[in-house]
Design a protein around this ligand. Structure first.
Ligand SMILES: [Zn+2]
Length: 141
């Protein structure tokens, strides 16, 4: 078995050392083990991504992985349709102020998400009457 006893990651062209865990030697390096894990568990990966970006944006996050997994499974090919294009899918909060919570998320397209932004009063705080003291430089558009 060529390569299986070597100490270098078995991923083609990778020259990193295999990851060792106690007596067990993995077939690949830490980087490629992670990459493989993400491929195998895209929902897990997406959950981490949501959690991280919610934290960054100061959004409540009480969502459980199990619930997210259920919602994503109900959308065929979700992971083939995520991305930055307007038609791609994204996880939205039904009630914005409740944050990412079980029962409060839905899968919609990115375009729809921004339509929703304008349909609701999410932008109200930016378009409400301005007093002279308010700094208009903070407007997002
Ligand atoms: Zn590798």
């Amino acid at each position: 078995m060529k390569g299986s006893t070597g100490k270098i990651c078995e991923e083609p062209f990778c020259r990193n050392k295999k990851k060792r865990k106690g007596k067990y030697l993995h077939k690949k390096c830490a980087k490629h083990i992670m990459q493989e894990y993400r491929k195998k568990h895209p929902a897990r990966n997406y959950y981490q991504h949501l959690k991280w970006s919610a934290k960054k944006r100061g959004i409540i996050f009480t969502l459980t992985f199990e619930h997210l997994d259920e919602v994503l499974k109900a959308t065929p090919n979700f992971f083939k349709k995520t991305g930055l294009l307007g038609k791609s899918l994204t996880v939205d909060r039904k009630e914005t102020h409740l944050g990412y919570a079980d029962g409060n998320i839905q899968v919609i397209t990115r375009t729809k998400n921004s339509e929703k932004y304008w349909a609701e009063d999410r932008h109200y705080k930016f378009t409400g009457p301005l007093t002279t003291e308010q700094n208009t430089d903070d407007l997002p558009f």
